[in-house]
Design a protein around this ligand. Structure first.
Ligand code: ADP
Ligand code: ZN
Length: 432
């Protein structure tokens, strides 16, 4: 089934023409309404008028995560706040976080994209959806929620968290669909096993998974333990949220990117050079229809490859391969994105610490863990005969990591000069 037959199966030339027209409109708009874009286009000596076709897009400068931070909170908005009906945000201390605004029409668009994605997975109004993506400032929860309502399915707004309660709801409400991170699903299966619930006996038939990298081995495992079909959903909050691309039931080798709403390019992350379609590189997205905060050539940091061969499902939109790598140092821990610089920003704010730290990310069962070692400075070390003082600092770090980044960390303070400067600051032991 295809939710929006007209747009999802457009001939390629028609898509390209539609993209070109929409691109010109959005460029014109951002140039005149967002100071940042006017400045960056002017600096690159390019005017919206110079962009006549999609091929011209490479004349435009990139937008980066840093640009979002520098314009925190609302500097990239293209409409006044009274046209904004929703705000989402990424985690981080102010200036390292980013805020995303949506007009009423943006919410409509986004819901439509999620509706397309759910329908691509064979989901209908007869389904009951257990939505375990996080509600709140994260885009996952509410994003999926609105799309599910759009196709008249029944939604359980579960959000993340307590596995035993989730299992109870899964047993008692009998949902047929689960949406979550892949690791959350595997964690549910493990906890279920430990308390005598075999998740295979649940009514679930389809799972929509995303927000973190996963591969076909993980898919096989989820499908086997739950007895469901597992599909990949992709998106990033900066661009709109989940629902930018979705795997179809028929293809199962990559996710269709909704090209009537986004232009996607692949670039060499080192040089910024645009790569031929089909080569592996960093994905760069331009929003074509977003009103509140349009993004032009946004560097996602996600490494993938575009698949242009026609798909059996009839959709004509280009597909992207699973995202398994990043071009930057962003970590995804239990579905939450975090940059080492955000951890550093928390540490420098706490008195008594040296900027020397080491993060070890690992997996225990299905769940990610983060261990943080930080050096205390000489002063704290020598005059803190009091262990209490050190414990207080430790607790403060744990709390700030949770409050600002939404991440639970195990923290250990160590003596000055314990960590070698040459040691890696981040060690990711997980293998995907
Ligand atoms: P989400 O809640 O969808 O994860 P965020 O904006 O918090 O949205 O994170 C976006 C990032 O998450 C992407 O840039 C990508 O690195 C990762 N991500 C999202 N979906 C997937 C997916 N299906 N596979 C791999 N990585 C994904
Ligand atoms: Zn397809």
């Amino acid at each position: 089934m295809i939710y929006n037959e007209e747009f999802e199966t457009m001939p390629r030339e028609v898509i390209k023409a539609l993209q070109a027209k929409r691109l010109q409109q959005v460029l014109e708009r951002v140039y005149h309404t967002v100071g940042f874009y006017k400045k960056s286009f002017d600096a690159a000596k390019v005017k919206p008028d110079d962009i006549k076709s999609i091929a011209d897009i490479k004349k435009l400068p990139f937008t980066t995560r840093k640009n979002l931070g520098d314009n925190y909170p609302f500097g990239l908005f293209a409409v006044p706040m009274n046209s904004v009906v929703r705000l989402h945000a990424s985690s981080g201390t102010s200036g390292r976080s980013a805020v995303f605004g949506y007009t009423k029409r943006d919410i409509e668009t986004w819901s439509d994209l999620i509706a397309r994605s759910l329908v691509a997975a064979g989901i209908t109004k007869n389904d009951v959806i257990h939505n375990a993506f996080g509600y709140g400032l994260f885009t996952g929860g509410l994003g999926l929620h609105y799309g599910a309502e759009k196709i008249d399915a029944s939604v359980i707004p579960m959000s993340g968290g307590d596995a035993k309660r989730q299992l109870m709801i899964l047993q008692d409400f009998g949902p047929t669909v689960i949406c979550s991170t892949p690791s959350h699903a595997l964690h549910l299966a493990e906890v279920g096993k430990s308390i005598g619930i075999d998740v295979k006996t649940l009514k679930l038939r389809v799972g929509i998974f995303g927000a973190e990298p996963w591969n076909n081995a993980i898919r096989d495992e989820i499908e086997k333990v739950f007895g469901i079909t597992a599909l990949d959903l992709f998106g990033l909050s900066e661009v709109i949220g989940p629902g930018m691309a979705m795997e179809c039931l028929e293809g199962r080798n990559g996710m269709h990117i909704y090209e009537d709403h986004f232009v996607v390019e692949t670039i060499n992350p080192q040089t910024g050079e645009v790569l031929p379609e089909g080569e592996e590189g960093e994905l760069v997205f331009t929003t074509l229809t977003k009103e509140a905060n349009p993004l032009i050539r946004y560097r996602s940091g996600d490494i993938s490859r575009l698949i242009t061969e026609p798909c059996r499902c009839g959709r004509t939109h280009v597909k992207m391969e699973r995202v398994l790598k990043r071009s930057d140092d962003m970590l995804i821990i239990r579905g939450v994105n975090v940059f080492p610089s955000q951890i550093e920003a928390i540490l420098v704010d706490i008195e008594g610490l040296e900027p020397n730290y080491q993060v070890v990310v690992d997996k225990v069962g299905a769940l990610d863990t983060l261990d943080l070692q930080v050096e205390v400075n000489d002063k704290i070390f020598s005059d803190s005969g009091s262990i209490k003082e050190l414990q207080k600092i430790e607790q403060r770090i744990v709390k700030d990591m949770r409050d600002y980044l939404g991440i639970s960390a195990r923290v250990k303070l160590v003596q000055p000069n314990t960590l070698k400067k040459s040691d890696a600051k981040i060690i990711d032991k997980r293998r995907i």
